[in-house]
Design a binder for this molecule. Structure first.
Ligand code: GDP
Length: 182
């Protein structure tokens, strides 16, 4: 029988305020589509996707991604939700300053509950929206990510821009840690 077609299985979690586009990022990653009016009660909770990391010897990673799917207000679920996670997408909406400010609280939550070696990437979503609607500049997002030791990208679940790249960037960092025995 043939062996599995991947080298690693990595659990990812997606956190951030309601409405920033967590479900949409997950749908875009796993289904290559975008729903303009997703039904919040039908939030995608889990998605799986194979990605290849060219810089890491073309290793194939099976991403198992969990979305908080509308449970943002139930902070008590966090401990089990974070268990075993290797990567985290910390998402805010570039057109919502409050969602960027709350990212601090989400990060504190991640740091309290998750493995200390977890790789976290800050994702400024909805980069497709016009500059006039922006409330958080790229530089500001980048600066805060750097201060906190997070990876950073801006992405759009709507256009698909940088969505796979965000997961890939985080997965690559995790593979480097694994290779170094961290
Ligand atoms: P969640 O609550 O964080 O899971 O957010 P959703 O995925 O449900 O998205 C909230 C709203 O933002 C929905 O109306 C989406 O269609 C919209 N949305 C999500 N991602 C994007 C994006 O990249 N660009 C734009 N313009 N809208 C988005």
């Amino acid at each position: 029988m043939a062996g599995p077609s991947w080298n690693y299985v990595l659990k990812f979690i997606i956190t951030g305020d309601a409405g920033v586009g967590k479900s949409s990022l997950l749908v875009r990653l796993t289904d290559q589509r975008f729903l303009a009016n997703p039904d919040p009660t039908l939030g995608v909770e889990f998605g799986s996707k194979l990605i290849t990391i060219p810089e890491e010897d073309n290793k194939v990673v099976k991403l198992q991604c969990w979305d908080t799917a509308g449970t943002e207000s139930f902070r008590s679920i966090t401990r089990s939700y974070y268990r075993g996670a290797a990567g985290c997408l910390l998402v805010y909406d570039v057109t919502s300053r409050p969602s960027f400010e709350h990212a601090r609280t989400w990060l504190a939550d991640v740091r309290t509950h998750a493995d200390p070696h977890l790789t976290c990437i800050l994702v400024g979503n909805k980069s497709d929206l016009s500059l006039e609607r922006r409330q958080v500049s790229t530089e500001e997002g980048e600066r805060w990510a750097q201060e906190e030791g997070l990876l950073f990208v801006e992405a759009s679940a709507k256009s698909g821009d940088n969505v796979e790249a965000a997961f890939e960037k985080a997965a690559r960092d995790i593979l480097i840690k694994i290779r170094r025995g961290v």
